[in-house]
Design a protein around this ligand. Sequence first.
Ligand code: ADP
Ligand code: ASP
Ligand code: MG
Length: 241
Amino acid sequence: MGIIVQKFGGTSVADSQKIHNVANAVIKEKENGNDVVVVVSAMGHTTDYLIKLAKEVTLTPNSREMDMLLSTGEQVSIALLAMAIQAHGYKAVSMNGQQVGIITESIHSKARIVDIKTDKLQKNLKEGNIIVVAGFQGVTPEGEITTLGRGGSDTSAVAIAAALKADRCDIYTDVEGVYATDPRIVPNIQKTDVISYEEMLELARVGANVLHPRSVETAKQFGVPLRVRSSFKLDNMGTLI
Ligand code: ADP
Ligand code: ASP
Ligand code: MG
């Protein structure tokens, strides 16, 4: 019995069937006796689509309005996943970055998280809820919506795990773990079972987008046990960082 933070990326929540699969993975952790906080990204290529839409309106979109626009993607996912979990007969509540209190710097499009309030998260967990949190977004002390940079939902998950002193943070994605290089470009390479924070940081910084570099920095700083694993092969333990 502990606190587990799970994160599911865009491909893992790309359609309604996949959202139900994610609900099953979440419920499995809950059934193991854990308190569960789930962080999700926008569905499929939603963020790319929203960026394209903005560029059709103007080639120089205002950065505040871009954050307002892009943050909507994750908000769709949290509502649908909370509904799916409820449809399976479990208590769930969705929360956006502002509702949680994910406080960031006052910078648009690549803000850093400076603080995460845990009171509302703790209260909801105590009431038996599975909490579904919007990744990639936060709010400034002035109440402005911010985003954390592309791929930033990983960082949302790790930062929440650190704030809650979670037992584990599992990043579920569309590959089975971390590899020496992108397994989609170099097939038939061996998955790494365990990798150090330093080695993972190096991979992330040179563009292995399986983990957002800041998520690895945060995990290292707060000693968060982090795993990258497959959304589609739930019994596979993936890679421990
Ligand atoms: P998500 O939507 O789940 O956040 P991402 O597309 O951001 O997923 O990251 C997963 C992708 O990272 C994989 O599909 C893979 O192609 C790519 N990738 C790049 N380098 C690596 C690596 N070294 N190990 C694993 N995956 C990698
Ligand atoms: N939806 C955002 C993106 O596409 C954040 C994320 O997926 O982590 O970059
Ligand atoms: Mg990603």
